[in-house]
Ligand binder design. Structure first.
Ligand code: NAD
Length: 355
């Protein structure tokens, strides 16, 4: 089969890490008899420099015509003084909206080989953890009515949270299906003791749970969830939550893995076409030096194989190769703690060799 993949290399380390992932995908194609067709499009600072806007129309159309899209990262000091709507980061919101991506999947996994990077106490993470956060991405308070007004005490600002049944049902469906493919445990996180949106959220999740008798479903209040993530992260398998709670909890979860260069993400909509990207930024401090850890982007490509193309075996092959490389003791500088470190290209070579 031929799969058309749009490449958004972006800025800083973006081109280096996307090229690493492309090399891994090419090795997978060769091994399993697939064909990946890669088409690069400009985004972020690179697009600003070439055509004066962070998200050219050609990029949007190219992504919409692709079977899936792999993104590096955007931004850097060169464009930091531009006004908000011309900032490279604006392109990220633009492309997610254009592709109608309402789900963000963020795994937070502590690799046994990297336990020492975890900031939590050793006994808490003795058995590691492997969490998948399913965050609603296009609704809730970030997209609700907002404004400034004169109130009882003078100037005031307000933001509103609104969730429709349709929005909750479609994200809950992704979460239940994801849990079904993993350890069949779903924790739905809300603030149902205070918020009406959370009460509707909880009611709908309970209704839907009846259709997934094989998935154990629990509710948890967001304040407790923030605490449980650092107290006992291994209790979680799949978490589903709203846009703002997911924003905060997924950053907390990524921090307790201790290694930002290792974490991939996927943004999905109603079609199989997704946007896959590492959770880290463009790391301008190490750009162009062959120092970046390519693993987050390589694992993003593995997520693409699974979620967009349903190539389970091929996706697992990448994940296992990364595990083996780490278990064999190979590290990039960010996870080497002063020990011997491989460059971006050499780490990619090792992963390809382990496939
Ligand atoms: P960052 O994630 O780029 O870097 C934070 C630190 O982590 C840096 O020390 C960096 O060297 C290190 N780091 C990040 N990824 C790494 C990797 N793969 N390998 C090794 N080390 C890595 O965050 P920042 O410094 O706050 O932001 C830099 C730029 O990236 C800014 O312009 C910011 O707006 C942008 N940004 C973009 C995205 C995105 O494209 N999705 C996300 C966050 C930040």
């Amino acid at each position: 089969m031929t799969y058309k993949i749009g490449l958004l290399r972006g800025d800083g380390i973006g081109p280096e890490i996307v090229d690493s992932a492309v090399r891994v995908l090419e090795a997978i194609a060769k091994k399993y008899g697939h064909k990946f067709e890669f088409t690069p499009y400009l985004i972020g600072g690179a697009a600003l420099d070439a055509c004066g806007v962070p998200l050219p129309e050609e990029t949007v159309q190219g992504c919409l015509a692709s079977d899936s899209v792999l993104l590096g990262a955007v931004g850097g000091p060169k464009w930091d003084t531009l006004p908000g709507n011309m900032r490279p980061e604006k392109a990220l919101l633009g492309i997610r909206a254009a592709m109608e991506l309402f789900t963000n999947l963020r795994p937070a996994k502590l690799y046994p080989a990297l336990k020492g990077d975890c900031p939590l106490r050793e006994d808490i993470v003795a058995n590691g953890f492997d969490i998948m956060i399913v965050r609603e991405l296009t609704g809730g308070i970030y997209f609700g009515e907002r404004g400034m007004r004169e109130g009882k005490y003078g100037e005031e600002a307000y933001d509103t949270e609104c969730y429709s049944r349709m929005e909750i049902e479609r994200i809950a469906k992704v979460a239940f299906e994801t849990a079904r493919k993993r350890n069949k445990k779903l924790t739905s996180i809300d603030k149902a003791n205070v918020l009406d949106t959370s009460r509707l959220w909880r009611k709908i999740v309970h209704e839907m749970a009846e259709g997934y008798p094989d998935v154990e479903c629990f509710d948890m209040l967001v304040d407790n969830a923030a605490m449980q993530l650092v107290r006992n992260p291994a209790q979680f398998d799949v978490i589903v939550t709203s846009n703002m709670f997911g924003d905060i909890l997924s950053d907390e979860a990524s921090q307790i893995t201790g290694s930002i260069g290792m974490l991939p993400s996927a943004s999905l909509g109603n079609t199989t076409r997704g946007l896959y990207e590492p959770i880290h930024g463009s790391a301008p401090d190490i750009a162009g030096k062959n120092l970046a850890n390519p693993i987050a982007t390589i694992l993003s490509a593995a997520m693409m194989l699974l979620y967009s193309f349903n190539l389970t075996k091929e996706s697992d092959a990448i994940i296992n190769a990364v595990d083996r490389v780490l278990n064999a003791g190979y590290r990039t500088a960010d996870i080497a703690h002063g020990g011997e470190a491989l460059g971006t290209v050499e780490m990619t070579d090792k992963i390809i060799a382990m496939l």
